[in-house]
Design a protein around this ligand. Structure first.
Ligand code: SAM
Length: 216
């Protein structure tokens, strides 16, 4: 592990309260610098989002770790991720789950992420280009769902695709600030909890914000 990554883990991951040893190990193993454009490499270990092109961002490392820890992965789960972006969160999930299904609406980002993750040797990820606000019905239900873009409210299509005993983590609320919602399905009852405040780029689609919604 290089010095920048070591400091990121100490300061922004362990230092801010992430405790799951498997999540910490994955954050150490997957080097964030490999997912940011060359012009941002010097800032790759800062605890903030960075531009990845097409008006989109790679999320801050602490938020990636917090959302991943909240999923409570043991290694046996099938996980749906909405918002592939750079593929950084996808790689963390692929380290910790059995299979990852990831959906991105912007083709150039999806293709770049797929090439990058294949070159890194991941073989448990399936990619789809399309409107993830509707989920990926073909492979549903999923033990865990993670949405890395902000929705006005949790899409009903995604709630339907949570498996029994499963969980979804999703930022919901207006475009200028959201809360992380944790949605569990237990004996077919849907249980909702609110967690921390956050700001994500918009989920654009049929059950998200309309196209033309502002990205940061
Ligand atoms: N998890 C990503 C990473 O680690 O780089 C960061 C994701 S970025 C904050 C949000 C992503 O969601 C963007 O790439 C954006 O294009 C994508 N997105 C927005 N609306 C979407 C939709 N309806 N379906 C799929 N992806 C969507």
């Amino acid at each position: 592990m290089n010095e920048g990554l070591r400091r990121m883990i100490e300061r922004d991951i362990v230092g801010r309260g992430i405790r799951d040893p498997r999540v910490i190990a994955a954050m150490k193993k997957v080097d964030r610098a490999l997912f940011v454009p060359p012009e941002w490499r010097d800032s790759a270990y800062g605890d903030h989002p960075l531009s990845i092109g097409a008006g989109q961002t790679i999320s801050q490392p602490y938020m990636v770790a917090f959302m991943t820890e909240t999923l409570g992965l043991s290694g046996k789960e099938r996980v749906l991720e909405i918002g592939t972006g750079s593929g950084y969160q996808t790689a963390i999930l692929a380290e910790l789950a059995l299979e990852v299904y990831t959906v991105e609406r912007i083709e150039s980002l999806a293709t770049a992420a797929e090439d990058r993750l294949a070159a890194m040797g991941y073989s448990n990820i399936r990619f789809h280009i399309g409107d993830g606000s509707l989920g990926w019905e073909e492979h549903a239900p999923y033990d865990r769902i993670i949405v890395t873009a902000a929705a006005p409210a949790a899409p009903s299509s995604l709630i339907e695709q949570i498996a029994e005993g499963g969980r979804m983590v999703i930022p919901t609320g207006p475009q200028d600030g959201q809360v992380l919602e944790i949605i569990d399905r237990r004996e077919n009852v849907i249980l909702r909890k609110k967690s921390m405040g956050c700001i994500f780029v918009p989920l654009i689609g049929e059950e998200g914000f309309p196209d033309g919604a502002r990205s940061r």
